[in-house]
Design a protein around this ligand. Structure first.
Ligand SMILES: NC(=O)c1ccc[n+]([C@@H]2O[C@H](COP(=O)([O-])OP(=O)(O)OC[C@H]3O[C@@H](n4cnc5c(N)ncnc54)[C@H](OP(=O)(O)O)[C@@H]3O)[C@@H](O)[C@H]2O)c1
Length: 519
């Protein structure tokens, strides 16, 4: 039996989507291809318009033409369906203007009214694909132009904001205050595109729609958990941004803590957005705070130096464009966290993320406790593998369970075997982009997959405490790693303290670099 719980069954009311930052990378690479696919799969509302807003001079047709060309490159399905594109692109219009200029909003208002349909003027999704410093002025101007209403407004108006959401707790608090000065919290949809991934959403289904695993999902059965979000790319042309961010802000504050909260939260009372987000917040609040001493013991940072990935030589971080030659910014972070609640007391959670790792891979590995060794001591000694469950978030999306089996034959030989589920084999190649789901949910008004104000703030508290511990301390030799390795030696030491070791995700073989720290 298939139970439909999600947005595929939701009716989305006619609406206009206004994209601020319409000439930017995110719009071209992600947002418009996602909207095209929603149209292709008949998931857009019966009546809709997409208005692109940016400063550059463009006409409707020149914007459409640029997007059409980009779609050849960025569409997840190829070739582009010309008939669908022609119909879809007739809904696209461009509004040239500066988002600090009141006259531009008056023009936008006229453009929306000219669609000649009340829902297209009243139901408005404002997607802020711009820098965070532009969020507040845009919302203020939208308010003054009568485009964002208060509770008494007719229709609905929502604001989608991109990450990064602040760069520390103080800036996130400020941003939250600014966003909610002219809009209500339920109108604000903060994106973490990780939550749009099918595999990340499946964590809750996997845990709470099956009885067999949830019974083991606690400190009695689980020895420790490892969460890896690795990227094989370096910072490339984004050195300027990365110098201000670093791995902790760029990945841990959002994606890793979100995945951790889904893996460890208590069952929500319902699948409503607030019920799920309440549990995530409760979980984040139970993470044991890291003071300076704990941060020094439990958090490792790293930075890549030159090495090879897949046979290709990669420059070190300090040699990347727009990066200071003596930069101390971390391109890698590994954390050991404890969750002080009844379910998880004493279980270590290891989180790691890094750039220039051997492959781009995200997974959660649940390591169960070992069996008593007595029975197979003669055959395996202390080496009998403990069971583990791996949730592969990307690539090769799926889940595998590793357990021990008897090797066929007359001797009593035991070795680990795997039961493997893959999305491709089970559901075919339907892998929507995260942005498709997130755009659909924001049009439908379901905030489950978006980050609530208090979630953002608690996540920053955790990250700020760690950054505070790092302040003024240069990277040590043991914190450097060669591009193409799984991180610095210091990260191995972090797990070795408790007799653990990182599990290396399965990847195609690459040429390993031979050296470790420079100097
Ligand atoms: N790109 C990604 O994959 C990605 C992923 C996650 C998050 N994000 C976040 O999404 C946001 C946008 O990223 P992006 O990569 O698309 O940036 P981008 O390529 O630099 O685009 C910025 C956009 O903002 C517009 N803009 C800037 N100032 C403006 C102004 N005063 N008035 C009107 N429009 C203005 C620019 O258009 P004009 O110059 O024509 O005005 C451009 O369309 C950033 O906050 C980024 O951190 C991006």
């Amino acid at each position: 039996m298939v139970c439909h719980l999600g947005a595929r069954r939701k009716l989305v009311a006619p609406c206009s989507i206004v994209i601020f930052g319409a000439s930017g990378d995110l719009t071209t690479r992600k947002l418009v291809p996602a909207l095209y696919h929603l149209r292709k799969e008949n998931q857009m509302p019966p009546e809709f318009r997409i208005v692109g807003f940016a400063r550059r001079e463009k006409t409707d047709s020149s914007w459409r033409e640029e997007l059409r060309q980009a779609l050849d490159q960025f569409s997840r399905t190829k070739p582009v369906d010309e008939a669908v594109w022609q119909e879809f692109s007739s809904h696209l219009t461009y509004c040239q203007g500066d988002l600090t200029d009141p006259a531009a909003y008056a023009k936008l208002e006229r453009q929306l009214s000219a669609f000649g349909s009340l829902p297209l003027r009243q139901n408005l999704l404002f997607y802020l694909a711009t820098t965070p410093s532009q969020f507040a002025p845009a919302i203020e101007q939208l308010h003054h132009a009568g485009l964002i209403g208060g509770p008494a407004a007719t229709g609905w108006q929502r604001i989608v904001v991109e990450k990064p959401f602040g760069h520390d707790l103080a800036s996130a608090l400020r941003l939250n205050d600014e966003l909610t000065r002219y809009a209500q919290e339920p109108q604000v949809f903060r994106i973490d595109h990780y939550l749009g991934k099918e595999t990340v959403q499946n964590i809750l289904m996997f845990r709470f729609a099956n009885s067999i695993f949830e019974r083991l999902w606690n400190r009695d059965s689980i020895d420790h958990v490892q969460i890896t979000v690795g990227e094989s790319q370096g910072v490339g042309q984004r050195g300027g941004y990365y110098e201000e961010a670093g791995a902790l802000r760029d990945m841990v504050q959002n994606h890793l803590l979100q995945v951790l909260s889904l893996v460890t939260m208590e069952p929500p009372v319902s699948l409503d957005a607030e019920a799920i987000r309440d549990e995530k917040v409760k979980l984040l609040k139970s993470i044991r705070p890291l003071g300076e001493a704990e941060a020094a013991r439990q958090v490792v940072r790293g930075q890549y130096f030159a090495g090879t990935i897949g046979g290709e030589l990669r420059p070190g971080y300090r040699q990347e464009p727009k990066v200071k030659p003596d930069s101390n910014v971390e391109t890698y972070a590994a954390l050991k966290l404890f969750i002080d609640n009844w379910r998880w007391s004493g279980v270590p959670f290891y989180l790691r993320t890094g750039k220039c790792l051997p492959s781009s891979v995200s997974e959660v590995r649940i390591q169960f406790r070992p069996t008593p060794y007595v029975l197979f001591a003669a055959q395996c000694g202390q080496r009998l593998d403990a069971n583990s469950l791996t949730l592969r978030l990307q690539p090769n999306e799926g889940i595998s369970l590793r357990f021990n089996g008897k090797v066929p034959g007359p001797s009593v030989a035991v070795r680990p075997v795997r039961m493997n589920f893959t999305y491709d084999a089970e559901f075919g190649a339907y892998t929507p982009e995260a942005y498709e789901r997130l755009l659909l949910e924001s049009m439908a008004g379901d905030a489950t997959l978006f980050i609530r104000r208090d979630e953002v703030e608690i996540a920053w508290q955790i990250v700020d405490a760690i950054r505070h511990g790092w302040a003024g301390k240069p990277l040590a030799n043991r914190e450097f790693y060669a591009a193409g390795t799984w991180g610095p030696v210091a990260a191995d030491d972090l797990l070795a303290q408790a007799g653990h070791a990182w599990h290396e995700p399965l990847i195609p073989p690459h040429q390993p670099p031979s050296v470790r720290p420079p100097g």
